[in-house]
Design a protein around this ligand. Structure first.
Ligand SMILES: [Zn+2]
Length: 220
């Protein structure tokens, strides 16, 4: 049991930089987020796919930002507004717009120097909006299935102002978190090994309008 508790504490410390978070089970959340990050290899490969996996994992911690905000004196509660689909979607759209405005010129300059490529607006939007929604929703799902006596979340607020939970798991279940993590890793390796992905689509490549027929161009 302690062998799971130790890495949990380590991840918790790393993620929350020492914040006292008693009601978060990082390994369970991270395993779920890893599962939700599977589209990374369906959409992209190489560095972009790996970056997307990392982004989804990072964004899966976003709903618990309420704990940090509470500590800063903001009048919100844990498992409140930041644990709603509405918050995730609005944040994702805003982040997409900001990312295009702020990052596009820099990315374009950087890519042009290193890869002789440019960056499409749609690729940045798909990466940021998609990653934030996948990570955020994976977190909400984790909090919905792990009851453990914590205040249930209202993921569909304000449309449905009622708690929605399926408390079938425990945050502290080492075997469940372990199995979830193993399944997620296996699926990632399976998709990578299948050779069937990534799919060829408009925003797969960073350079605008590129269609090389998906011949395994290694530029991304
Ligand atoms: Zn949470």
């Amino acid at each position: 049991m302690w062998s799971i508790a130790v890495p949990n504490q380590l991840v918790r410390t790393l993620i929350h930089l020492g914040a006292d978070v008693e009601d978060v089970e990082p390994i369970g959340h991270l395993a779920l987020a890893l599962l939700f990050a599977l589209p990374a290899w369906i959409l992209w490969d190489g560095r972009t796919g790996a970056a997307f996996v990392g982004f989804v994992l990072a964004m899966s911690t976003i709903p618990d930002i309420d704990i940090v905000l509470m500590r800063q004196g903001f009048p919100i509660k844990h498992h409140g507004v930041t644990h709603t689909l509405a918050f995730i979607v609005v944040l994702a759209v805003v982040a997409g717009v900001v990312a295009v405005a702020v990052l596009k010129p820099t990315l374009q300059r950087w890519w042009r120097l290193t890869e002789e490529e440019t960056v499409q607006k749609g690729t940045i939007e798909l990466f940021v909006v998609g990653g934030l929604i996948l990570g955020g929703v994976s977190h909400l799902l984790g909090d919905m299935v792990a009851g453990d006596g914590y205040e249930p979340i209202e993921p569909l607020w304000p449309l449905v102002q009622a708690p929605i939970e399926f408390p079938v798991a425990h945050y502290t279940s080492p075997w469940l978190n372990g199995v979830l993590l193993a399944v997620a890793v296996t699926l990632h390796l399976g998709v990578l090994a299948s050779g069937a992905f990534p799919l060829e689509h408009r925003f797969r490549h960073w350079r605008a309008g590129l269609t090389d027929g998906g011949t395994g161009n290694s530029s991304d």
